[in-house]
Design a protein around this ligand. Sequence first.
Ligand SMILES: Nc1nc2c(ncn2[C@@H]2O[C@H](COP(=O)(O)OP(=O)(O)OP(=O)(O)O)[C@@H](O)[C@H]2O)c(=O)[nH]1
Length: 210
Amino acid sequence: MDSNFISQMSCICVGPKRAGKTHLLKALENPGSIDETTYSMPTNGTNIFTINLPTKNVNTSNTTQVTPQTESTMEKNGKDTTIPRRKSQKAPLKCIRILEIGGAMAPLWRQYYENVSKIIYVVDTSNLCQISAAGVLLYSILAEPRLQRCRVLLVLAKMDYAYRQMRNEALLMLQISKLQKEIRQELTIVEASAVDQTGLDAIYAWLQIP
Ligand SMILES: Nc1nc2c(ncn2[C@@H]2O[C@H](COP(=O)(O)OP(=O)(O)OP(=O)(O)O)[C@@H](O)[C@H]2O)c(=O)[nH]1
């Protein structure tokens, strides 16, 4: 096993159909690759994403700066936006592989729960019809005995949309306070957008937690 890989597929990404999983993981894999015109085909199966995690720079003022560690990223205008490694960065590049399981596969998600330590659950905050059902689906995942020791990241996705639900409204519709009283897992909530890259740093930081 490559020692630079934090884990081999112990992290899965699930969520309802068209919630924004593929878009989000593509954005994490290759920041800047997603904009308003990008389209992702529905995943009728699984996708594997290899995400390079940022290296942490701890400066003398005791603050932690997270720098996206990308391969050479070419913007549409052809300009190279690679962020150069700073000389002070000595930590080796860490990667994590994430298994995305399509929303259409929901009845089969449980087949992938073995040896999972982290779950990313993506909810579309712009889809009023789906959001309450997404809460019920999340509860059914977290009740799964094999997932009791998992860390869970709830991603409130598509936050760039003007007509999205705001964080508190979305959490209310998902019944998160009720859910948190009943579950054992540690739940982290992040607002994100694959398009304007909101929340990506917070997700990188969560992925780095052992
Ligand atoms: N504006 C905006 N649109 C998004 C964002 N994420 C996803 N979308 C749109 O939503 C569509 C569906 O996103 P996907 O990432 O394919 O959704 P998914 O959860 O992988 O869907 P399944 O494959 O059905 O499980 C995309 O084609 C985009 O049009 C986002 O952050 N902002």
